[in-house]
Ligand binder design. Structure first.
Ligand code: URP
Ligand code: ZN
Ligand code: ZN
Ligand code: ZN
Length: 464
């Protein structure tokens, strides 16, 4: 095992900023020392970080590599998606294994292990999507928690696909209350939305922008409220995924003010994009179809404010890319047939750094919402999400002054468009280490498929 010394950078964690040198041995961080102290440290490899931030690798707790959805598959495989994640400064993903209706959690989890194993450039873990809550799958939840799959996503949306009714949701929550699992909720009233979808299509309102119009903010808020009340009844914690509406944020804020164990996540697309994108002409709006949907731009202020006050705790990508050609096009003439999902695993750290540049969040809050909080939320901290002795040496050297223009021409995600095409940002990933091994070396990819290891997770570290 080689030793590595990262010298001269500004080390930023969620807790502090220090001019420190970082010593790595055997894939772990073994020591940090004030750069000015000039310790007589030797290492096989010395990396000069002068002028760079030295930050923990990003933890993206919401990705869907190769996800079967809408009659097709998300276009990034574990190989291409984790490579793109590394390019963007993310060193751990937590992807969603899926239970098929009529089969067990075990089959779904085994299938996702088979897709990921030997293919990932960075470390990975799994959540489990519960698509069929029954006595058998409830019992299987206990075994999965023991194997490090400690979080379970339920859907109040997508009737006939992933949808669970309130009774099934309550049962799963009661079960999670007993086994320490964290319920993740896709909170949209899918039954009501499907009525509005049918009415819109029948009336000839078939363009992508109608996707945003039928999936109303009030129906996100109503489902969020209902999920919170069900979790209270069950005595279980709750994590609401991809929160996009001001009204839904208000429900989470109210719950947190009551001291309830309710957490919220949002995604860069809700912070940087809006219904204006969904309304782009010539079917271009299809590129921005995801659920929950993009909202009118006014919602963004509430999301940013809640990220500052910790009413929203995590920013993940919900990376679920579909190419415009051949995939998004499945919904020409009927927006309800556009596969739901957007690319972004490569863009998250840079977009959030841009928010630092623009004064929306502090540097430490950037690291908290993108690295430390997702690691804590999903039982990976302090192995992941921080720079400290004992932690995995998942480290990014970030150049805060480099300028970039986001584009499909230059990104590494396996998708034929960028949701942020032409957007200028300040700051860029320079070098990435995963467990002490170089993955990106001064803007060159030097990693390999199979380096990434499965990460069994503990339970949520925000709970007692
Ligand atoms: O549109 C989305 N979000 N696609 C991925 C599946 C989900 O609901 O997270
Ligand atoms: Zn969802
Ligand atoms: Zn998702
Ligand atoms: Zn390796």
């Amino acid at each position: 095992m080689t030793t590595t010394l990262i010298r001269g950078g500004l080390v930023i964690t969620a807790a502090e900023e220090t001019h420190a040198d970082v010593l790595i041995d055997g894939g772990r961080i073994v020591a940090l020392a004030d750069h000015a102290a000039e310790l007589p440290w030797n290492a096989d490899q010395v990396i000069d970080a002068t002028g760079k931030y030295v930050i923990p690798g990003g933890v993206d707790a919401h990705t869907h590599m190769e996800m079967p959805f809408g009659g097709t598959y998300a276009s990034d495989t574990f190989e291409t998606g984790t490579r793109a994640a590394a390019w963007g400064g993310t060193t751990t993903i937590v992807d969603f294994a899926i239970q098929s209706v009529g089969s067990g959690l075990r089959e779904g989890l085994d299938a996702w292990h088979a897709k990921a194993e030997g293919n990932c450039a960075i470390d990975y873990g799994f959540h489990m999507i519960l698509a069929d809550v029954n006595e058998h799958s409830l019992k299987e939840m206990d075994a999965l928690v023991g194997e490090g799959v400690t979080s379970f996503k339920l859907f109040m949306a997508y009737p006939g696909v992933f949808y669970s009714d309130d009774g099934k949701i309550l049962r799963a929550m009661q079960h999670a209350a007993g086994n320490g699992g964290l319920i993740m909720m896709h909170a949209e009233n899918g039954i009501a939305i499907d009525v509005l979808v049918e009415q819109a299509v029948a009336a000839g309102r078939t363009d992508p922008r109608h996707h945003g119009e039928v999936r109303k903010a009030l129906l996100e808020a109503e489902a969020t409220h209902r999920a919170i009340q069900l979790a209270r009844v069950a005595g279980s914690p709750l994590y609401v995924v991809h929160v996009s509406a001001t009204e839904a944020v208000a429900e989470i804020t109210r719950a947190r003010d009551l001291g309830l164990p309710v957490f919220g996540e949002t995604c860069p697309q809700y912070l940087f994009l809006s219904t204006d994108n969904l309304a782009e002409p010539d079917f271009e709006g299809a590129k921005y179809v995801c659920s929950t949907p993009l909202r009118p731009v006014e919602h963004q202020d509430a999301l940013w404010r809640s990220l500052r006050t910790d009413d929203l705790s995590v920013v993940s990508t919900d990376h679920c890319p579909f190419c415009f050609t051949g995939q998004k096009e499945l919904g020409r003439g009927d927006f309800s047939k556009i596969p739901n999902g957007m690319p972004g695993v490569e863009n998250r750290m840079d977009l959030l750094h841009q928010a630092v540049v623009e004064g929306r969040i502090s540097r430490r809050r950037w690291i908290e919402i993108a690295c430390a909080a997702p690691a804590r939320m999903f039982g990976l901290y302090p192995r992941k999400g921080t720079i400290a002795p004992g932690a995995d040496a998942d480290i990014v050297l970030y150049d805060p002054h480099a300028e970039q223009v986001m584009s499909a021409e230059t990104h590494h995600m396996n998708v034929d468009y960028s949701a942020y095409e032409g957007r200028r940002t300040t700051g860029r990933v320079h070098t990435v280490l995963s467990r002490g091994e170089l993955v990106i070396d001064g803007r060159r990819y030097v990693g390999h498929a199979g380096h990434g290891r499965y990460q069994p997770r503990g339970t949520c570290q925000y709970l007692g």
